[in-house]
Every structure is written in structure tokens, then in C-alpha cells.
Design a binder for this molecule. Structure first.
Ligand code: GLN
Length: 249
């Protein structure tokens, strides 16, 4: 199980969320506190962020551990962004290694991340894969369950779905054909959506700044609200709402 985090609000330096807090994503790469599957998250990492005035986010991803990358610490210090999606990865057995398999995945103005695993990957998912046109399957960013989940989500986004409906649709697709742990995270620079489906998820308001959504709290400040399993969380226009997904995991 990987760990991920997203932010939406006033401009800040990514290091305020990802590096400086005592249990930030950086530290979660070797010492997560609430991870139920896997131990360390050293199989790659990624930061995606939106720059003011540009709808298409930039990404910085690497295939190795976040703690071994000096450039990341510099980037996280000097950047300023109103929204970001970041992740550290613990690769699931049978899933490809490498930078292309590290979240966040991207297309157009969207960024996507997945904590979890899809039962049956890669051999028994023909029915799920058959939901996608062949051209979209060939475009998979990596041979991983997460990339397949991203392709299913992107298919709905391209058809005009909102972030929440796109994630809920992917969860429903999986539920119809197999099982899995599906903590998904999606942003478009102006809003965020996330699912709690088999693993922990929290959100927190940063007064005067914005909202953080994360797999686990990055400090013990007490401002963190757990999201019930089987839920969809939306962050839009400064408001956080939590909705029950149709069938609990
Ligand atoms: N299954 C995904 C991968 O291998 C996500 C892994 C995770 O959540 N640990 O990349």
C-alpha cells in the first residue's frame, strides 16, 4: 500500500506538507504509521502540481526512494502551488517497476493516484479491461493495476464526468468484476476527489490556507478527520463533503 496526499487552497511550498511535518509523506516512505499492507514505500515517488495560470500540471517522478533524491527536497522548497498530488510507492507483486509506474498519473489537467491493489492482477481482469476501448488499453502508462484504474477513470473524465462521478464509476466497475483496495485520489487544479475503500484516509483544514487529504496524518495536531471506509470525499470551492459509495468494501 502506498501513501498519498493532495492539497487545494492558497499557494504554499510543497515542503510544508510533504517534508517538514514530523510524519510527512517523506518520512512515511520509510516509517508510515497506519500502513496495513507493505512496510516501506521505496519503489518510487511522485509530485504533481499546478502552476498559476497553467491548467496542465507538471510532474516530478522517480523510480527510487524519495529520501535518496536531493533534487526533490529543493523542488519542494522553492515551488509554490495552489494544488498538488503526491505519492510514495510500495509496488504490489506482479506490478511493473519504474518511473512510469509511480503516481501521480496524468492526462490533460488531471492527476490521479491509487493506494491499494486489484485482486486478480494481471491475469484475471479481462472483463474489467474489456470495459475500455483497445486504444486506451494500449495507452496504459505502466503495466500496473493502478494504471488500469487510471485508464478506467480517465475514460469517464473524457466523456464529461466530474471528478467524484469518475472515481465512483471506477469503484463500481471494479466491484462488478473483482475486488480490491481502492483508495483513489484525483485532482484537476480546482477541486479534489478521493475514495476510502479498504485503507485509511483523512482530511484536514489548514486555517487560512486550504484543505489536505492524506492516507494518514502527517502530525499529531488533532485536526485530522478520518473518512469512513466506503466513502467518496469531495473538496470543491473551499468545502469538504463526504458521500457514501453505493456498496461498502
Ligand atoms: N498496486 C499499486 C502499485 O503497485 C499501488 C501499490 C500500493 O498502494 N502499495 O503501484
Amino acid at each position: 500500500m502506498c501513501r498519498h496526499l493532495a492539497y487545494l487552497g492558497e499557494p504554499l511550498a510543497p515542503q510544508e506538507l510533504l517534508v517538514l511535518p514530523p510524519h510527512a509523506l517523506y518520512r512515511q516512505s520509510w516509517a508510515p504509521r497506519e500502513q496495513r499492507h507493505g512496510t516501506v514505500n521505496a519503489d518510487g515517488f511522485g509530485l504533481g502540481w499546478w502552476a498559476d495560470g497553467d491548467e496542465v500540471p507538471a510532474r516530478y517522478r522517480r523510480s527510487g526512494p524519495i529520501w535518496a533524491d536531493a533534487a526533490f527536497a529543493d523542488l519542494a522548497r522553492v515551488l509554490r502551488t495552489r494544488s498538488l498530488v503526491a505519492a510514495v510507492r510500495s509496488a504490489t507483486e506482479g506490478c511493473a517497476a519504474g518511473e512510469a509506474a509511480a503516481a501521480p498519473f496524468a492526462a490533460g489537467r488531471w492527476l490521479f493516484s491509487h493506494n491499494g491493489a486489484l485482486a486478480g492482477w494481471p491475469g484475471k481482469l479481462d472483463a474489467l479491461a474489456a470495459l475500455l476501448p483497445a486504444a486506451e488499453l494500449l495507452e496504459l502508462e505502466a503495466r500496473t493495476d493502478s494504471a488500469l484504474l487510471w485508464a478506467l477513470t480517465l475514460h469517464r473524465l473524457r466523456a464529461g464526468a466530474g471528478l467524484g462521478d469518475a472515481l465512483a464509476g471506477t469503484v463500481a466497475d471494479v466491484a462488478a468484476h473483482t475486488t480490491g483496495r481502492l483508495n483513489l485520489l484525483l485532482g484537476d487544479g480546482r477541486s479534489l476527489a478521493a475514495t476510502a475503500w479498504g485503507d485509511t484516509l483523512y482530511h484536514r483544514a489548514l486555517p487560512g490556507l486550504g484543505t489536505v487529504v492524506a492516507s494518514e496524518p502527517y502530525d499529531d495536531s488533532g485536526g485530522w478527520t478520518p473518512v469512513p471506509d466506503g466513502s467518496l470525499l469531495l473538496v470543491e470551492a473551499g468545502a469538504v463533503t463526504v458521500h457514501r459509495l453505493p456498496s461498502g468494501s
